[in-house]
Ligand binder design. Structure first.
Ligand code: BJ8
Length: 384
């Protein structure tokens, strides 16, 4: 990354990372580096990293293959699931094509049933995720599932994943998480230093960079550059500050961020799986048992497929204060029942406990609702 460039150009480089990563992925394959495809942040990336594999997210973010997916899956299904399946089926996603194995988890019903069909195109390993974060049984189940994943990877790639290698991978991922935390922590600056659209470009882009050490250095250098320019007086106009929560967004769903920012506000924090949900909590490196350390971190992710899902409320609670948030927008992908049902508890929490406005929007991977989204966001922001 060339830091002499202006910030907008650097942000665009991150936005291009997915496309540019195709060539990097091809090169890795030519060098016989294993590639593990994932669909969810519950997947402990440290295990594939510990055996020298590359890890890539296969969650699709465009409607390109939804038509093909709907030949096999119900129309009334979350677009993330349909699109991801469609890319697998049509072999249109190079990352899916290059993945040697796909790891999924029993999160929402649609996803876990989709994996059964995905297994027709690729080796798929499904981790049995408990529905709750409470109690020793749930913890032990998840810890054992992490060990089972390790054994699957060892068998598939004919290798051994040592505890020492896992420790190193934990340290690497923690440093990467910390770099990302420091980066999106810039959102605390008030008035804002950068837009939510730019924060998202970086968060999304980094998931397609395979050299983690380079990734860490790039994000650290970018954070320092933004902070320096801010200290020198470069800042955005003060505007209402929005926190986005809910389903993962990226690709076409960036339309929500655009609708908010075009309507006169800044998105300052992403409490979703493209943002803090996956990153905020580090793995405890002092723990003797690496599998327990991993189980503890990953099981604590505040996803709506958990019941109860207090960890989501805890993160919202802290972030609303730390980022001086004026309003919360909950983004629900169409037919995502768990997040849709949870809107009531999030609304109550935001309105009654934090005393700030809340709205939820349902969207999909089409561009047909952009006008409607912008109208609704404008009305919401005007109220702040
Ligand atoms: S940890 S948010 S990445 S499950 S939007 S497919 S829940 S129907 S993506 Fe997710 Fe893991 Fe949770 Fe994060 Fe189902 Fe809802 Fe679709 Fe979803």
């Amino acid at each position: 990354m060339d830091l002499r460039k202006e910030l907008p150009e650097i942000f665009d480089q991150f936005a291009e990372a997915r496309k540019n990563g195709f060539i990097a992925a091809k090169t890795l394959k030519e060098q016989n580096v294993p590639m593990v495809g994932t669909f969810c942040t519950y997947m402990p990336q440290e295990l594939p990293l510990a055996m020298g594999a590359a890890v890539v997210s296969l969650c699709a973010t465009s409607d390109e293959t939804i038509g093909e997916a709907e030949k096999d899956l119900p129309k009334n299904l979350c677009p993330l699931i349909k699109s991801s399946y469609g890319f697998g089926k049509t072999d249109k996603c190079p990352y899916f094509y290059f993945s040697d194995i796909v790891v999924g988890e029993t999160t929402c019903d649609g996803k876990k049933k989709m994996y059964e069909y995905l297994g027709e195109f690729k080796p798929v390993h499904v981790m049995q995720l408990p529905n709750t974060q409470k109690g020793a049984d749930a913890f032990n189940l998840w810890k054992n599932e992490i060990i089972r994943l390790k054994e699957t990877l060892e068998a598939q790639f004919d290798t051994e994943i040592t505890e020492e290698a896992i420790r190193k991978a934990i340290n690497l991922k923690n440093r990467e998480r910390q770099a990302l935390k420091n980066f999106y922590g810039l959102g605390k600056l008030n008035p804002s230093a950068i837009t939510g659209g730019d924060i998202l470009k970086v968060l999304y882009g980094t998931t397609f960079k395979f050299d983690r050490e380079v990734n860490i250095k790039d994000v650290e250098a970018l954070t320092a550059k933004i902070q320096k320019e801010y200290d020198e007086g470069k800042r955005l106009d003060p505007k209402p500050r929005i926190l986005i929560t809910g389903c993962p967004i990226g690709g076409v769903t960036e339309k929500v961020v655009k609708a908010i920012e075009d309507s006169g506000a800044h998105v300052v924090f992403f409490e979703n799986c493209m943002g803090a949900k996956a990153v905020e909590r580090l793995v405890d490196e002092s723990k003797e048992d690496v599998y327990e350390a991993l189980a503890e971190k990953y099981l604590s992710i505040g996803c709506s497929c958990m019941t109860p899902n207090n960890n989501r409320l805890d993160m919202l609670d802290e972030a609303i204060d730390a980022y001086q948030v004026d309003g919360v927008v909950d983004v629900i992908l169409q037919a995502c029942h768990t997040y849709a049902v949870e809107t009531l508890s999030i609304k109550r929490f935001v309105n009654e406990k934090k005393n700030i406005p809340y709205m939820s929007v349902e969207t999909d991977y089409s561009t047909t609702d952009i006008g409607q989204l912008t109208t609704r966001m404008a009305a919401f922001i005007e109220m702040l």
